[in-house]
Write a protein that binds this ligand. Structure first.
Ligand SMILES: [Fe+2]
Length: 574
């Protein structure tokens, strides 16, 4: 059975994913093809076409199309709760009661139209709609490979109305225990602060996380933003998660915090040069997010975690690696699977896995994120020939070995190989690499890529043979979704990838999942003694990660980087 998941024209992070007989064979984000970050309100046309081509199937071979968005009926408490909490904005409140998520109908109609345009056929195919948070939940649970009862949590901005999901999976079925509704949203809370701290909402959250260790979380008490008592959780909408007339407005921008919030904490941060007092707000916000999420997870699924030791986690908040570090510190939590595409890009995958399982197909464990397009060395040569900069290339017999030599010589390197990653992290196929032992390497890469954002973390990709020694844990960490404390003796060995708080967001690399990258790091270990490489995504500020060889060349020539390896080609400036 061929099951295609599509986000439709998602508010952000449009994507598509394809399962063939229960196996995830392709997935990609539309932003990579159209070169517009987050592909807001765009249909994942290119992503769908890619998935079909990758699997070698025709549009009319698709049996099921799954879409992660449903209509919420009037009988659901969600619409009434939304109306009640947004009564200060009567038009919006009444619309929730009388119309519901009517926009959802329009979106669904546009998805059906697209299926006809692509030759999939909206009438022929089985079209299945899946609740947004069930899609997130499925993307974590059904792809985790966990057997037996498993706690499931999804936390994000919001789906239809729900902002969070607490439940469990058993025998392939997902059971709901509790959900919260808009405006009580941890994702939106963190997003509103992200915006207030001068970054883009649903984009810069990881920078707030990067900023937090520089501040003192006890300096400002932000606890009045969230009221929590046992299992209840309410966001203070006099201050944050506000809409309409309650929004603070400045510089032609509407914020998700209120004027009262700004009177309390000061104007929104509008320059990346200003740190005080905003780093302390970031620290407090991070602490409040962690404390609230941990308390709610413990309240609703703590008994299941204590019973089974397993948790699956998705939704944008699941990309908060510091929260995940604290989760993993729970002694009773033995196995934590965070869906690597935890944000909304992962809902195409989750809708498809949910649809497939509900039709009786067993979905297999996700083994890696190398689910996008790949390009042969010949295709890289063709791209060089067509490129206006007329790059000269050298063909390599041993690209990983040469890459390690370049890194050991102290040069950063753009490294392009294999299938593009699905999800927000570059995990060794569309990466910029450096030697993490060389002091100043991270700053140098930032300078060479030009205008790279401050606060963007640099992460270590680590051989599986040294991971245990480095992070003192055997827990799987394939996807840079969890932060770990770095062992003292390693902190001075690889200073460029250790955060201010002594932690690192590691990717543990195994030979089975990425043999070429594994070999590269192994060769680097021969030179430097450290089986670790600094890894950051191959993109310039404000651009998506590169997809094609041409994108890689554009990025390379738009930067001061000196070396690019694409498959078996070395392209060096100079
Ligand atoms: Fe979501």
């Amino acid at each position: 059975m061929n099951v295609l998941g599509t986000t439709g024209p998602a508010l952000h992070d449009a994507s598509a994913a394809l399962f063939v007989d229960g196996e995830l064979v392709a997935a990609a984000e539309e932003e990579r093809f159209i070169r517009v970050k987050h592909a807001k309100r765009r249909q994942p046309v290119n992503a769908i076409k890619f998935c079909l081509a990758q699997a070698g199937i025709r549009p009319r071979d698709v049996d099921v199309v799954a879409y992660p968005y449903v209509d919420i009926g009037l009988a659901s408490p969600a619409r009434w709760y939304y109306a009640h909490r947004h009564w200060y904005e009567p038009a919006r409140a009444l619309r929730a009661i009388f119309d519901g998520n009517r926009k959802g109908h329009r979106k669904r109609d546009s998805v059906l139209e697209l299926l006809d345009e692509l030759g999939i056929g909206s009438r022929r195919v089985r079209f299945m709609r899946v609740e947004h948070h069930l899609a997130h939940a499925s993307s974590a649970y059904h792809l985790s490979g966990f057997e037996g009862k498993t706690a499931i949590v999804s936390l994000d901005g919001k789906g239809e109305y729900a902002t969070s999901f607490f439940g469990y999976g058993e025998n392939g079925r997902i059971h709901r225990i509790k959900e919260f509704y808009d405006p009580d949203s941890l994702g939106w809370f963190y997003g509103a602060l992200t915006e207030y701290l001068g970054f883009e909402i649903q984009d810069g959250e990881y920078k707030v996380m990067g900023m937090a260790p520089y501040g003192d979380p006890t300096k400002y008490d932000l606890s009045r933003l969230i009221r929590r008592d046992g299992g209840s959780f309410t966001v203070n909408t006099r201050l944050i998660n506000v809409i309409g007339r309650r929004c603070y407005r400045a510089n032609g921008k509407e914020y998700s915090v209120s004027p009262e919030f700004v009177r309390w904490l000061g104007p929104a941060r509008d320059s990346d040069d200003i740190d005080e007092p905003y780093i302390h707000y970031a620290a407090s916000a991070q602490r409040l997010l962690e404390d609230t999420a941990l308390a709610l997870i413990d309240h609703y699924v703590g008994d299941i975690i204590r019973e089974t030791g397993r948790l699956c986690f998705a939704g944008g908040v699941a990309l908060n690696v510091k929260l995940n570090q604290r989760l993993l510190a729970w002694p009773h939590l033995k196995e934590l699977f965070v869906q690597p595409a935890a944000g909304d890009a992962g809902t195409s995958l989750g809708a498809a896995s949910y649809a497939a399982t509900s039709l009786g197909e067993a979905v297999r464990k996700m083994e890696h994120v190398y689910l996008g397009p790949s390009f042969s060395t010949d295709e890289c040569i063709a791209a060089c020939r067509k490129h206006p900069r007329q790059p000269a290339w050298t063909r390599l017999d041993d690209a990983p070995g040469r890459a390690a030599q370049i890194l050991a010589d102290g040069q950063p390197l753009a490294w392009f190989q294999g299938r593009m990653e699905f999800g927000p992290r570059a995990l060794g196929n569309r990466s910029i690499l450096g030697d993490p032992a060389r002091v100043g390497m991270a700053d140098r890469i930032n300078a060479e890529i030009k205008y790279r954002e401050r606060w963007r973390p640099f992460c270590p990709s680590v051989l599986d043979t040294v991971a245990r020694d480095l992070v003192q844990s055997d827990h799987p960490a394939q996807y840079m979704t969890i932060a770990f404390d770095v062992a003292e003796r390693w902190k001075t060995r690889i200073p460029e990838v250790v955060h201010k708080d002594g932690s690192a967001r590691v990717q543990v690399v195994s030979e089975a999942t990425n043999p070429r990258f594994y070999r590269l790091i192994g060769e680097l270990e021969r030179h430097t003694g450290n089986g670790v490489v600094l890894n950051t995504s191959m993109n310039r500020r404000g651009e998506p990660i590169v997809c094609t060889p041409t994108d890689a060349l554009d990025m390379f020539y738009g930067s001061d980087l000196q070396c690019l390896i694409m498959e078996d080609l070395l392209i060096a400036k100079g």
